[in-house]
Design a protein around this ligand. Structure first.
Ligand code: PMP
Length: 427
């Protein structure tokens, strides 16, 4: 039984003591008091199917017992010291993580978040190349510190940050983009940015394989190979932001970039890597990693034994429970069912994504693609009443983001689609 304060008191304290910029989903916000695998529970004990998983973060399921045990066991032994001493937890996990990487990507820098990982990746690219210019994609989200906020390209998430040396390229958006699914055409914009906006040399290019915050947009096929070639020719490094699309979520591959047949120079990750504990990482080649020996790069908590022991357990659970395969099977099934739902409801303009990283874009007019901004709120509210939690995103806020824990089942998928069907019928 719940022995905490009532929701009203939490709301009052939130508004008095927390950031005035905080917002919450739902008219009557959900008071989540517990989580177990793909479920969340409110203070009355009501169970909700969690198809958002803390924004693609809880990959193995809420409070997975093996991950909890790894965290507890390490916490009892040693919580923190500093990297100037030895401890096996950090090297064990670094080795395991490196084994999941293609090519010569094997040197790991640990951070505490995705923002920090991307800041470090951009720093490394700038040091390695001696150039400043970085190309990122419009509609991308890469973090909220100075550099990453610059690379982020959605006005919703940008304050008046100084963004010298960042260029935002045309987004290879297969739904709204001018060139449809022709990735190579969009890639030409990157060449033009380099030709007309830089000295001809750049530090690098950063992108997600599937834009998460941007509304589950999978980059048009052919785009990444073409852009990676252009960037390499301009002397730059290619950074893959796998904060959301990594860690088996896309089902077909462990990393999102693998579906595009490219090998990045630097890979960044967070969220899924820790199943809910704060950890991020940058992985690069031994040669590129050398640039950080020029000065001291120091991070107090990055790679601490508790987080690395927990993250190591995540990797083991992903493998033991074959969660990548499950993401592929259940994700494909769910996507097929959503496509059928699209035939029934005019308001569904697009169904997209890969594995258990799916998006459903709502529009009031399929031809004009007018974002259904109000309707999505009603549908979300209705789905919550039925007991299903989904996320929301995209530049216009009209895209359902479906990123459940990877232990999601076909029954869960059926429940989700039935709930969405009912919610849309009531619009
Ligand atoms: N990159 C991507 C693709 C993300 O989705 C996010 C977070 N939404 C970040 C980076 C930043 O991660 P964090 O919030 O851990 O700083």
């Amino acid at each position: 039984p719940y022995d905490g304060p009532p929701a009203a008191e939490i709301i009052r304290k939130r508004s008095e003591f927390l950031s005035p910029a905080l917002f919450h989903f739902y008219k009557k916000p959900l008071n989540v008091v517990a989580g177990k695998m793909q479920y969340l529970f409110d203070e009355t004990g009501r169970r909700y199917l969690d198809a958002f998983a803390g924004i693609a973060t809880v990959c193995c399921g809420h409070c997975h017992p093996e991950i909890i045990n790894a965290i507890i066991n390490q916490t009892k032994k040693l919580q923190h010291s500093t990297v100037v001493y030895l401890n096996h937890a950090i090297v064990d996990f670094a080795e395991a993580l490196a084994s999941k990487m293609p090519g010569d990507l094997k040197v790991v820098f640990f951070t505490n978040s995705g923002t920090e990982a991307n800041e470090l990746a951009m720093l490394i690219a700038r040091l390695y190349t001696g150039c400043q210019d970085i190309v990122s994609l419009r509609n991308a989200y890469h973090g909220n510190a100075a550099g990453t906020m610059g690379a982020t390209a959605q006005s919703n998430y940008k304050f008046n940050v100084v963004q010298s040396g960042v260029h935002h390229a045309l987004n290879p958006d297969q739904y709204r983009g001018v060139f449809g699914s022709d990735g190579e055409k969009y890639a030409k914009d990157v060449q033009e940015i380099i030709d007309f906006g830089t000295s001809g040399h750049v530090a690098g290019f950063i992108s997600e394989a599937i834009q998460g915050v941007g509304g589950i947009l999978e980059l048009a096929p052919g785009y990444l190979p073409a852009v990676y070639k252009i960037i390499k020719k301009a002397g730059g490094l290619c950074i893959a932001d796998e904060v959301q699309s990594g860690f088996a979520r896309t089902g077909s591959h462990f990393w999102g970039f693998e579906a595009h047949g490219v090998v990045p120079d630097i890979v960044t990750m967070a969220k899924g890597i820790g199943n809910g504990i704060p950890i991020g990482a940058v992985v690069t080649t031994p040669e590129i990693a050398q640039v950080l020996t020029r000065r001291n790069y120091f991070n107090t908590f990055g790679g601490n034994p508790v987080c690395t022991a927990g993250a190591h357990a995540v990797l083991k659970v992903l493998e033991k429970e074959k969660l990548q395969e499950n993401a592929l099977i259940v994700g494909s099934y769910l996507k097929d069912r959503l496509k059928v739902l699209q035939e029934k409801h005019e308001i569904i303009g697009d169904v997209r994504g890969r594995g258990l990283m799916l998006g459903v874009e709502l529009v009031t007019d399929r031809k004009l693609k007018t974002p259904a901004i109000v309707e999505i709120l009603h549908a979300m509210e209705e789905m919550k009443e039925i007991g299903v939690l989904v996320g929301k995103g995209g530049f216009y806020g009209n895209v359902f983001r479906i990123t459940p824990p990877l232990c999601f089942t076909k029954d869960d998928a059926d429940f989700l689609v039935d709930a969405m069907d009912l919610a849309m019928s009531k619009l």
